[in-house]
Every structure is written in structure tokens, then in C-alpha cells.
Design a protein around this ligand. Structure first.
Ligand code: SAH
Length: 211
């Protein structure tokens, strides 16, 4: 799986400006057992470089996408990261190998519960999770060094921009359900000015709101 991800990273170097799978990201991908995050029926495909269904109409992201989003966040060992969209918990687990703490929110309750059980079973204690609407971020835990959004939004949620530290970065797929979504890198400079750059066309499940 990691070899396939590395090959795809090389193949998309002109779009992403990033041609080699970083050793630390490769190590995290090797360490986290992806099969533990997918339902039994999909387990045989767990180490294929593709997204897989996890129930409730949701998916675990393709490992290449996990790798590229992780790399674009430029995670440092002391960082505290927020994730919107826990899903299976896989992306949070990968990040947890590279940073100090991950705070993650899932809106679909059974998925939030299942991912918590998976993360606990594997001993990923630096991942804090809860069920709720991640659009509002996690103000008590922020501000964050980095933010990762794993559901597509038609705009960058202002509460998440507010919870990003100066010098911090956010990676988020932006685009409506019937439009091309772009993985977008948002960064906040030391003066608090925000810049956004489109990286790659992608397809994510939509960000939903609490009804
Ligand atoms: N990071 C996940 C990918 C899950 S797909 C993984 O590694 O498996 C995106 C997830 O975002 C879905 O589970 C979906 O239910 C969730 N989601 C969508 N809108 C949300 C919101 N407003 N707040 C929190 N989670 C949300």
C-alpha cells in the first residue's frame, strides 16, 4: 500500500509541488493497521490504495489522500491538531503518530462511537474525540497548530479559521456536491492574514450540519 501511495505522490508532483512521500508520513502509514478501521466486509481490501465504504454513506479516505493531506499540514511533534470528520478514525490515528494531540469530531453518532472503540482498542490515547457538528470547531481545545477537514464544504468555515493559530495551516476540500472540489491549503501568517491555495481536484463526502 505504501509503495502505491509513494508512486502516486510522484505522479502528481506537478500539481502538489511535493514529489516524494516523506519518510515520517510513510512510517505513520506503515504503523497504523488500516484493516482495523474498516468493516469486516471490506477488510480484504484494507491495504489497497483506494477509499472504502464504512457504513452510513461515509467512506474512509484513499491512503494517497490521507498521505497528501497529512504532508500538507506539515505536522510537528508538538502540534495540537483539529480534525472535522472522524469517520473511521484512520486519518486521526495516522496524525496521532506525528503530533502531540489530535481533537476530532464526527457528526454521525454510530461512527463516532465505533471510531472511539477502534482508537481505544489500538491504544491511540492522544486522540480526543466527540460526537457533534465540527463546523464550530472545538473552541475549548483550540487554537490549533493545524486543522484538517475531511468532508467537502462549499466555503471554509469561519469558526475554524478563527481557531487556527497564527502560522497555522488548514487543509480542506472546498466545493459543492455537484462541482469539482479542490483540496485547498489555507494558511494564517504571523500577522493573522489568511491565504488560500488550491492544490488538487478531489472527491469527498459532503460536510453536513446538525439538524
Ligand atoms: N477522516 C475520515 C474520513 C471520513 S469521511 C477517516 O479517516 O475515515 C468524512 C466524515 O465527515 C464522515 O464520517 C461524515 O459523517 C463526517 N462529517 C460530515 N459533516 C460533518 C460535520 N459537520 N461535523 C463532523 N463530522 C462531519
Amino acid at each position: 500500500m505504501v509503495d502505491a501511495v509513494a508512486a502516486q505522490v510522484r505522479g502528481t508532483r506537478f500539481e502538489t509541488g511535493w514529489g516524494e512521500l516523506a519518510p515520517r508520513v510513510a512510517a505513520a502509514l506503515r504503523e497504523v493497521p488500516r484493516h482495523a478501521f474498516v468493516p469486516a466486509a471490506a477488510r480484504g481490501d484494507a491495504y489497497e490504495n483506494r477509499p472504502l465504504p464504512i457504513g452510513y454513506g461515509q467512506t474512509i479516505s484513499q491512503p494517497y489522500i490521507v498521505a497528501i493531506m497529512t504532508e500538507l499540514l506539515d505536522p510537528e511533534p508538538g502540534d495540537v491538531v483539529f480534525e472535522l470528520g472522524t469517520g473511521s478514525g484512520y486519518q486521526a490515528a495516522v496524525l496521532s503518530r506525528l503530533v502531540r494531540e489530535v481533537y476530532t469530531i464526527e457528526i454521525v453518532e454510530p461512527l463516532g462511537k465505533r471510531s472511539r472503540a477502534t482508537l481505544d482498542g489500538l491504544g491511540y490515547r492522544n486522540v480526543k474525540s466527540k460526537v457533534g457538528d465540527g463546523y464550530d470547531g472545538w473552541p475549548e481545545a483550540g487554537p490549533f497548530d493545524a486543522i484538517i477537514v475531511t468532508a467537502a464544504a462549499d466555503h471554509v468555515p469561519p469558526p475554524l479559521v478563527a481557531q487556527l493559530k497564527p502560522g497555522g495551516r488548514m487543509i480542506i476540500p472546498v466545493g459543492g456536491p455537484f462541482m469539482t472540489q479542490y483540496l485547498t491549503l489555507v494558511d494564517k501568517d504571523a500577522e493573522g492574514r489568511v491565504h488560500a491555495r488550491q492544490i488538487l481536484p478531489v472527491r469527498f463526502v459532503p460536510l453536513t450540519r446538525k439538524r
